[in-house]
Design a protein around this ligand. Sequence first.
Ligand SMILES: Cc1cc2nc3c(=O)[nH]c(=O)nc-3n(C[C@H](O)[C@H](O)[C@H](O)COP(=O)(O)O)c2cc1C
Length: 208
Amino acid sequence: MELDRAIRARRMVRAFDDLPVDPSALTELLDLARRAPSAGHTAATEFVVLTGDDRRRYWDLTLPAERRANFTFSTLPLAGALVLVLTTPEAYPQRYSEPDKRRTGLGEGLDRWPVPFWWVDAGAVIENLLLLVADRGLGACLFGVFEHEAAICTELNIPPDRRIVAAIAVGHPSDDSGPRGRSQDRSRPPIEQIIHRQGYSPAEPEPS
Ligand SMILES: Cc1cc2nc3c(=O)[nH]c(=O)nc-3n(C[C@H](O)[C@H](O)[C@H](O)COP(=O)(O)O)c2cc1C
């Protein structure tokens, strides 16, 4: 699939068949996905991959059986693989303490970063992965872990300096796409509303 077609075709998939994702294919996707730009080439994005019965270690914590029965996206937990995307914020000041970056002052600590580039870099990896998944005819849905982060880290032995950026279910889309996501019907703003040429243009006043 060409890149522009993959970009247009990609949509979050929330209904999956109970089928495994080929492990070597998934490794290839993750290896491609990580070839994203990163600040100072810090490359601090990591993945925790759960497949088979290990997927339950995530779902049992975040969506216990009593809630799963009424869960809108009932086949989401069937996705063959669950990829947790991790970042290490402290890796950034460490990298920027090295001689070629020291003059930036960003090595002095996380609070010196006006934009926390660890989240930006993980986002670039994530978008690569979502596009690759679409390209391969698989499906993916990204969601946050919110209040479950600490429990998941404990369950999966994730070191304390790592943060979970997001979870991504990857699998074989079900023919029945299931209920629509709550945000799915929102439209994008017109392109001319988000491109500000030669400076930021204020929004047109609403006609009265
Ligand atoms: C940072 C982020 C968090 C999201 N969290 C959720 C989520 O918790 N549950 C969900 O069903 N979809 C989630 N989504 C998917 C969005 O709802 C979806 O990307 C958006 O509605 C646009 O639809 P599309 O990706 O199918 O084009 C999230 C997407 C992003 C980028």
